[in-house]
Design a protein around this ligand. Structure first.
Ligand code: ATP
Ligand code: MG
Length: 781
């Protein structure tokens, strides 16, 4: 083997190299974040190819996300240096299983198109045309079954059944294999409904996500010859993020690798964060039992993060009882401490992060400027993204949402928006083209060409061209009549845009109804139709936040523009789950509040399982950062339209103080942006009391105590001036007559009386008033 002197191997440390060079037999790399597992896996693919051990199509590499697959492909391509003849099978479990399942769909009773297609690897395959249901489709189908079974779907919602079925699928359980212990599921009807659901899916020629693996596992188990074929085919198997495989994925891998045992898995038990989706961290811990004689490689040198970041992550994860325990070290220089900052509310947190990103981009805050694509905001829950998207749009900060909801990209939403666009701007030709024959109006290519030719000849937009074509009888028959209806409809709705008697919400409904668009989906019998109707309703609901159709259209086009095109550097926004395996020079971790992170659900649970998974998520979050890691929390947050006050996350208490710098919240003393210590500006009027909740929370007080501790103060800025003490309602008894106080609205004054939680104050400027004690601060000047 031409191992020595091969430059792609020179980048590896001895342990990585050992894992790469052991090409045959089972290999496990079990190591902490940033130790180069993915890197080693990538080099291993190159090594397999360069040494001629395997052809590209004999290699199967499984990654956790499509993004990771793309990156790995690019890296392999780059390292090969020459265009490889074909690429390995590189993708997620689902992406790979879709491809395989299309070849064998008839085995599970699906239609098969007799289409012979040539695939990239030059093998000829038969393709099946089954559809993959999304979650909405799945839910609707289940709801029908639940109702048909005479079950009260209020008490027993379809969503619950969906969860149970997914769970069974993740455990590779077909209806006949569900264990007796689960018989009580879903009011004792779960198993029967599961069976009905699977039959219905076959009738619809459809699969859901969980089926992709389940069906493949069943096919492998039932057809040894097919399994044998794939074992000969995929001679080398590589798996990243093995700690997050579920039982079905695990079985699928074990079946495939069962013959040759050339399987290399890498993972980190501390980064198992998909237990809620059926991942079994036990899979990785059992590897040596499953594949006796496996070479196990442990990596301890971290190449990603500074020592402060690493220390913070290590200290947090140490709080978990159930872990193997690994020590990480790095040669990197100290760098900056992990930064911690509290905010009054989520909006302010978003504002501060937006400003901080701009400042870091400009290089004013740090030793070097950071590119936008070097920075990421990682949230615990996807609803947190909204505040950042809105804020970044407002200040014109380019961002991309990775793995975000794609509501505005759905077909029916784009159709409806196209209608709105033509109504608002009759010259919008692209939108007009989209709707002219949607719903079907009997306008074929010929009619459309006539419209275009007329418009071109007259130098007018398509809609006007269509009107002229209709007036002159250029388009005959049913199509012509339908087009006339559309043209007059658009003119009528256009007049309503400025009509004070019709709200833009009503107008939207009128357009969708009168154009026949809603009816089109009502008459549609495909399983997707009801969901599309629900989305249309949701779209109309979304209009409520805007004054008129134009405003809404602008908003959406901004979002779309931001989503579209990958050109230009952008800040990334994504969930912590989606960030697994990735790295960024600067990472923002907002929303570290109990109830949000860790999630309320994990806190309510008995036992530590959920909480430990949240803690692993915190570990994943911190270890994404290379140079700068900023953790923040807000004292108040609007959740589903309601204000809720929040406590700083318990994970904040687990951050090691030596490695953390507490930043002064902006606005508290009138500063804008995150000050990095230094002199504290004078207090401003309106911000102190407003933040009383945050600064009176036990978490904040603990932080302050740390910051103030002698000997610990180096590098830790004081979170607030010592002469100002913000107090809350409970502290009311600490007020005394004659005491000088400060009120957010009325300024300085002297206490003249106390009644319960109300205090009478003679203000210097505003006169004597009764105020609520919690809006007062003691002032000793
Ligand atoms: P995670 O657990 O987060 O997925 P990982 O173990 O897969 O992390 P990688 O992403 O492979 O780690 O590597 C982390 C960083 O360290 C990458 O930027 C990678 O290029 C770099 N790296 C890996 N190995 C080495 C090495 N031997 N020398 C220098 N840099 C390395
Ligand atoms: Mg990795």
């Amino acid at each position: 083997m031409a191992a020595r002197g091969v430059d792609y191997l020179d980048d590896l440390n001895p342990a990585q190299r050992a894992a790469v060079e052991q090409l045959d037999g089972p290999v496990l790399m079990l190591a902490g974040a940033g130790t180069g597992k993915t890197k080693a896996l990538t080099v291993r693919i190159v090594h397999l190819l360069k040494t001629g051990t395997a052809r590209p199509d004999e290699i199967l590499a499984v990654t956790f996300t499509n993004k990771a697959a793309r990156e790995m492909k690019d890296r392999v391509g780059g390292m090969l240096g020459q265009p490889a003849e074909g690429m390995p099978w590189l993708g997620t479990f689902h992406a790979i299983c879709v491809k395989l399942l299309r070849r064998h769909a008839e085995l599970i009773g699906f239609d098969r198109d007799d289409v012979v297609i040539e695939s990239a690897d030059d093998r000829v395959h038969l393709k099946s045309n089954f559809t993959i249901l999304d979650t909405d489709d799945q839910l609707r189908l289940l709801k029908q079954l639940v109702q048909a079974a005479g079950i009260d779907d209020k008490r027993w919602p379809a969503r619950m059944l969906a969860g149970i079925i997914d769970d069974w699928k993740n455990r590779a359980l077909t209806p006949d294999k569900v264990p007796a212990g689960d018989a009580g599921a879903f009011n004792h009807k779960g198993v029967e409904l599961y069976a009905q659901y699977q039959r219905r899916l076959v009738e619809l020629n459809a699969v859901d996500f969980g089926d992709l693996l389940l069906h493949m596992v069943c096919i492998f188990q039932a057809s040894p010859d097919i399994l044998e074929q794939y074992r000969r085919w995929f001679r080398y198997i590589l798996v990243d993020e093995y700690q997050d495989t579920n039982v079905a994925q695990y079985l699928w891998l074990r079946l495939l690798a069962g013959g040759h045992r050339n399987i290399c898995c890498v993972g980190d038990d501390d980064q198992s964060i998909y237990g809620w989706r059926g991942a079994e961290v036990g899979n990785i811990l059992r590897f040596e039992k499953d594949f006796p004689g496996a070479k196990v490689v442990r990596l301890e040198q971290n190449y990603r993060s500074t020592p402060h970041i690493l220390a913070a992550a290590s200290n947090v994860i140490r709080g978990n009882e159930n872990r193997l325990g690994k020590e990480l070290w790095t040669e990197a220089q100290d760098g900056e401490k992990v930064r911690l900052i509290g905010h009054w509310d989520g909006e302010e947190e978003a504002r501060w992060i937006g400003e901080e990103i701009e400042a870091m981009q400009g290089g004013t805050r740090r030793a070097r400027p950071f590119g936008l694509d070097e920075m990421a905001v990682l949230v615990r829950a996807s609803h947190q993204m909204r505040a950042f998207e809105d804020r970044f749009l407002t200040i014109g900060l380019p961002y991309r949402v990775i793995g975000g909801p794609r509501f505005y990209e759905r077909m029916e939403i784009r159709d409806a928006m196209a209608y709105f666009r033509v109504v608002v701007s009759p010259e919008d030709d692209l939108a007009f083209e989209r709707i002219v024959n949607t719903p079907k109006r009997g306008l074929g290519d010929k009619a459309r060409q006539t419209i275009q030719a007329t418009a071109r000849a007259q130098g007018v937009p398509l809609l006007r061209g269509a009107a002229i074509a209709v007036e002159n009888g250029l388009i005959k028959g049913k199509g012509g009549a339908a087009l006339r209806d559309l043209v007059t409809g658009l003119a009528r709705w256009g007049r309503m845009v400025g009509d004070a008697g019709v709200t833009h919400i009503e107008l939207a409904e009128i357009i969708l109804d009168e154009s026949g668009y809603t009816a089109m989906w009502q008459n549609d019998k495909t399983p997707e139709a009801p969901g599309r109707l629900e989305n249309l309703k949701e779209l109309v609901k979304a209009l409520e936040g805007f004054e008129n159709l134009q405003g809404f259209l602008e908003h959406v086009s901004l979002i779309m523009e931001n989503d579209a095109g990958d050109a230009g550097a952008k800040v990334s926004i994504m969930t912590l789950h989606a960030a697994k395996g990735l790295e960024f020079p600067a990472v923002f971790l907002p929303g570290w509040e109990d109830g949000l992170f860790p999630s309320q659900r994990s806190m309510d649970e008995t036992g530590l399982k959920g909480l430990e998974e949240e803690r692993r998520l915190a570990y994943v979050g911190i270890t994404r950062a290379e140079e700068v890691c900023t953790i923040s929390f807000a004292g108040n947050r609007r959740v589903y339209g309601q204000w809720q006050s929040a406590m700083p996350s318990r994970f904040i208490d687990e951050l090691p103080e030596d490695h953390v710098e507490v930043l002064t919240p902006p606005g508290l003393y009138g500063s804008t942006g995150g000050s990095m210590g230094g002199s504290t500006p004078a207090p401003t009027v309106d911000s102190r009391a407003a933040r009383a909740d945050v600064y009176n929370s036990p978490g904040w007080k603990r932080m302050q105590a740390r910051a103030a501790r002698p000997g610990q103060s180096t590098g830790l800025s004081q979170p607030r001036e010592s002469r100002t003490v913000v107090i809350d309602a409970e502290a009311v008894s600490s007020f005394a007559r004659g005491e000088r106080v400060f009120h957010q609205k009325f300024g300085y004054g002297e206490i003249t009386g106390i009644e319960g939680d109300k205090v009478e104050v003679a203000f210097e400027k505003a006169g004597t008033k009764k105020v609520v004690a919690r809006f007062l601060s003691a002032s000793d000047d």
